[in-house]
Design a protein around this ligand. Structure first.
Ligand code: PAF
Length: 290
């Protein structure tokens, strides 16, 4: 496995590696969710590249950039075992040099509402760095997790709008056996908070049960999702939503494919989750780690 820290090194090494090429963009602090993206890329491509870059531009001033977990050596060990061919791990100055002034902004849906309302500038940072990584690496396919449903939709929109020749592949959320979706942020949770955080997947499971028992009124399903939070006082609900998976805008009727989404704070940690309303239970749509 080759480890590159500069754009120049990536451009020198990559042409010697066989295509097709898959890219897994990450911010490091790798867990089984990232490794499932890597496994999907390794299975489908001759070469897999992983980027590890804690992208400052997608963190707001009050967000957790400085406390975000970092462990490059542990990440490299995991990627070596997973069959990755190239890791791109640049410093911030390599991708945002002095004078940097060009941003990619998705101005309409899916980059409005939900996370966009709570994290101003977040999707500008994500779209910009993903566009840069796609231009630097030039993969045939790039792999993203369905847990970040709005990010996935923003990346798809950006790639379509800018005619970037890459296939965006979405992989199922990986969960703990009790339903909690894996996230690098889960390490911040104290034991009682970790227990409370299961409310996210319980809230989604409740929406799915409602839907499957015949309820078709969005407001009734949203109220059932909110009700789940009454049993988890440590979790502060940010939003529940029923939205179109491509636009992430709320649906008025439950006619087409619909995602149930939820976001909350547990302590100072922001957690999100989602699953299709028509799926029987979040755990059945997911890969489980033990
Ligand atoms: O999902 C993430 O880890 C990040 O948002 C991404 C896609 C690597 C961009 O920094």
């Amino acid at each position: 496995m080759q480890v590159c820290h500069t754009v120049r090194d990536v451009r020198e090494v990559l042409p010697r590696l066989p295509r097709p090429l898959g890219l897994v963009p990450t911010m490091g602090a790798l867990h089984a969710g990232h490794l499932s993206l890597v496994a999907a890329s390794v299975a489908a491509n001759h070469t897999t590249a992983v980027s590890i870059f804690l992208n400052p531009s997608q963190f707001g001033p009050s967000e957790d950039l400085s406390r975000y977990p970092r462990n490059l050596q542990a990440d490299l060990a995991l990627l070596g075992q997973a069959g990755v061919d190239l890791v791109f791990a640049p410093e911030a100055g390599e991708l945002y040099p002095p004078g940097f002034a060009t941003w990619v902004t998705v101005e309409g849906p899916p980059a409005v509402r939900l996370e966009a309302d709570r994290r101003p500038g977040h999707f500008r940072g994500v779209a910009t760095i993903v566009a840069k990584l796609l231009l630097i690496v030039g993969p045939d396919a790039a792999y993203f997790g369905q847990k970040d449903a709005q990010q996935l939709a923003v990346v798809r929109r950006m790639v379509a709008d800018l005619n970037i020749p890459v296939t965006i592949v979405a992989e199922p959320t990986v969960r703990e056996p009790d339903g909690l979706a894996l996230s690098s942020r889960n390490v911040y949770l104290q034991p009682a908070e970790r227990q409370a955080a299961t409310v996210l997947s319980r809230s989604i499971a409740r929406a799915q049960r409602c839907y499957q028992s015949g309820e078709r009124a969005p407001l009734a399903i949203l109220e059932a999702m909110r009700a789940e939070f009454r049993s988890a006082p440590l979790a502060m609900l940010d939003y529940v939503a029923l939205a179109d998976p491509a636009t992430l805008q709320p649906v008025g009727t439950l006619a087409g494919e619909t995602l149930a989404l939820v976001a909350c704070h547990v302590g100072t940690t922001h957690l999100i989750d989602n699953a299709p309303l028509a799926a029987p239970h979040p755990l059945t749509e997911a890969r489980i780690v033990s």
